[in-house]
Design a protein around this ligand. Structure first.
Ligand code: BG6
Length: 477
């Protein structure tokens, strides 16, 4: 069995900043800084027409978090030096769609944007760091949302294909893993992030819009896989969902049934389609119940069937609880709210820490899809304190140790785990709460919640720890 590659990950909108050089406005650029409210409040900020209008006003300064990121656009090459020093086997980055295609409709990509990715990708490659490329991590050009209603429109599939085709043609020889969409199931539980749906004030998203948008993403995913294979690209195609490791609150049959239902739609639905190539049996009754009426053509069904992914991957931060009981006490999780688990401690943001849940998830995912598995994201968001140039983040080291131990056990149990990527390997803006305070990196960036600071990089204690760990793992194989 192949050894596990140990890596780190970032996303363009949270890391790069660089709201310049022809970059177009994207959906994440319209998300303002809003301080965290309470633990149980889901941190997902919604995109409304009102916010979009405010974000277009150049004098407004409340939209800086994603526009500054942690200045990867400026410091990217130096950061690759740090990744090299850290000894990363693999680095996951995403391409900002609107940096290459400011409105999504240009025939030729923005030269400055191409130059930026070109130098980063080449430097990673020259330094022997394998590359996991997320083609689209949440953000999409705002113009596509305004003109076509984003993923609800099939036109968006063509625009995405223009973008993905360019990326594959330009960097195809250098990329080891291709991920067409980050956490594709976010389209369901976080429609703004996942499928860029704009919310009508006081009105819920329509299920038909959500599932139609997801269908169009599945088609774009399959077309990308098809094209990449026709181009004979050496890299493998990956699909990714966010996993929540569900437990029933009680042993009652009702709570257990609730778990099965929650798992199906929240966690497996998208992966069943991208990995098995078919809509699952539970989709039809679910659609009927929720008035989802869009039609799926035979041509689309064939495309999905013939272009499934090579590898399945997931993000995992914490486990969740399912229950039919109302009024159970709540806590936050990755883009969702769940019930508190008395057996687990939680981060300051309420995300419950559960390393065994990661091993449990690895086994379930492998068992269900029988394909190699990658942990595309995992990590610990915490307040870090810069103290005379040092950051003593023992809590993050403990989190890593406990989670890595479970990954290695899963591998020993026979799960074909191929890679692990620590999320936010360098500090970046939080996707959920648009703040700097929630840091995941082993590299600290001196920036605060208001976007002030030197943006200088510092190695945290976890940097040395991860470096030694990767070294040890490498020498064992
Ligand atoms: C995942 C996303 O859902 O969780 C990342 O793919 C995100 O973009 C990560 O940053 C952690 O969430 P947060 O809200 O702590 O940044």
């Amino acid at each position: 069995m192949d050894r596990i590659l140990w890596g780190g990950a970032t996303s363009a909108s949270q890391y790069e900043g660089g709201f310049t050089d022809g970059k177009g406005m994207d959906t994440q650029d319209c998300r303002p800084y809003l301080p965290r409210t309470s633990d149980a409040t889901t941190a997902t900020r919604l995109l409304t027409k009102k916010l979009i209008e405010e974000a277009k006003d150049p004098s407004s300064d409340k939209f800086y978090p994603f526009r500054k990121g942690t200045k990867g656009y400026e410091y990217g090459l130096q950061d690759v030096d740090l990744f090299k020093e850290l000894g990363l086997d693999l680095y996951r980055l995403s391409i900002s769609w609107s940096r290459l295609y400011p409105t999504g409709e240009e025939e030729i990509p923005n030269e400055k944007g191409v130059e930026y990715y070109d130098k980063i990708i080449k430097k990673l490659h020259e330094n022997g760091i394998k590359i996991f490329l997320t083609i689209n991590h949440y953000a999409m050009p705002l113009a596509i949302v305004e003109k076509y209603r984003g993923w609800t429109n099939r036109k968006t599939i063509d625009l995405y294909m223009r973008f993905s085709k360019f990326v594959m043609a330009k960097w195809g020889d250098l990329i080891d893993f291709w991920l067409p969409f980050n956490e594709i199931n976010a389209g369901y539980f976080s429609p703004f992030n996942g499928v860029s749906l704009v919310k009508n004030e006081n009105k819920d998203y329509a299920y038909n819009d959500v599932f139609l948008s997801l269908h169009n993403q599945f088609v774009a995913n399959a077309k990308t896989v098809k094209l990449g294979r026709e181009m004979n690209l050496p890299g493998k195609f990956v699909a990714m969902v966010s996993c929540f490791c569900y437990y029933p609150l009680t042993p009652s049959p009702e709570d257990n049934l609730e778990l099965v239902k929650d798992e199906q739609i929240n966690q497996w639905y998208c992966m069943d389609i991208l990995s098995r190539g078919e809509y699952p049996y539970y989709a039809k009754p679910f659609f009927k119940k929720h008035d989802v009426t869009f039609e799926i053509s035979e041509e689309d069904r064939r495309l999905l069937k013939n272009n499934t992914v090579d590898i399945v991957s997931f993000s995992y931060y914490s486990s969740s609880i399912c229950t039919v009981q109302e009024n159970s006490s709540q806590t936050a999780g990755n883009l969702v709210v769940t019930t508190k688990n008395p057996y687990l401690k939680a981060s300051e943001w309420g995300w419950q820490i559960d390393p065994i849940g990661l091993r449990n998830t690895l086994n379930k995912v492998y068992d269900r899809y029988q394909k190699p598995v990658i942990v595309a994201e995992n990590g610990f968001g915490a307040h870090d304190k810069l103290d005379n140039g040092e950051i003593h983040d023992q809590y993050r080291i403990d989190y890593f140790k406990e989670h890595f131990d479970q990954i290695i056990k899963a591998k020993e149990e026979g799960v074909d785990v191929r890679a692990y990527m620590a999320w936010g390997i360098i500090d970046i803006v939080s996707a959920g709460s648009c703040e700097m305070d929630k840091r995941y990196g082993v590299i600290y960036v001196d920036a605060d919640n208001e976007g002030h600071g030197s943006y200088k990089r510092y190695k945290k204690d976890s940097f040395e720890w991860y470096k030694n760990f990767i070294n040890e793992q490498r020498s064992k194989n």
